[in-house]
Design a protein around this ligand. Sequence first.
Ligand code: NDP
Length: 291
Amino acid sequence: MSSSSGRAVSVIGLGAMGSALARAFLTAGHRVTVWNRTAAKADPLRAAGARTAPSLVEAIGASDVIVICVLDYPTSAGLLGPREVGAALTGKTIVQLTTGTPADAREAERLAREIGAAYLDGAIMGYPRDIGRPECVILHSGAETIFNAVADLLGALGNNLYVGESVGAAATLDLALLSTYYAAMTGYLHGAALCAAEGVSLEGYLGGLDGILPIVGVSAKDYATRIADRRYAGDQATIDIHAAALRHIVRASRDAGIAPVAEATSAWFEKARAAGHGGAEMAALFEVLKR
Ligand code: NDP
């Protein structure tokens, strides 16, 4: 696609992720203007065809759509807060791709409304290397009309999914999915430390992983229906049995002299038992966690 056929987009924030976003817009043939607090980070993008704006206000002035990807929402609010920046944003569309909480998203939408800008919140479910690939999921929430107006442009970044009018929905789903991801990866790395301490090869560990990962997906789907129906009786494994396995993990960690990271999880299973869910399937843990 030639650059003249693309849309104008400004990317604010050129860390690892913002730079990947800008590059993907360039690759798709859009007219990209970039700005970053540390100006030198724009150099590789200028070499790749981006226009570098000398100031944030000028970066905003260059495009109707402003994509922001900085450290966090307070940083974003600090950048967009000054009066002259707010004035430049009036009538523009802000696409916020910084990670934050649902409350952060609601506050950002409120600030955007105050300055007369359209606001779409987003959450990227991938690493910078994934940006631009069709399988890279990006969640968006806010007014559907705003999403529809920028969907073709955002198509340069990956698979954009609209998840609802409630502006906090993308951040909520992002954090729920990250909760799964971090628990899984911490468990995986803890397992690697246990294998290393006991002299078991990581190759063997990876082989076993192929067996357990599909169970995670199947269980997640099963638990969704169980939570919806509050139906926790079953014949596979009780919370008592899972609690015992967690105690073994904690004890083996201590024996091996490695961090007993499963301790916190173990404590929640013990709480579930104390609350009378010992004979239920693991999904009943939801009843304890939701409080
Ligand atoms: P980086 O640390 O690489 O970049 C941080 C960016 O924020 C830089 O542009 C930095 O500017 C800017 N920044 C930080 N503090 C300030 C400040 N006080 N004033 C102005 N600008 C500031 O982080 P990433 O690019 O990796 O992440 C950016 C966002 O993207 C985060 O919210 C992150 O959670 C999200 N994200 C990242 C993913 C990843 O895999 N990296 C995945 C999904 C989401 P400067 O260069 O001047 O320091």
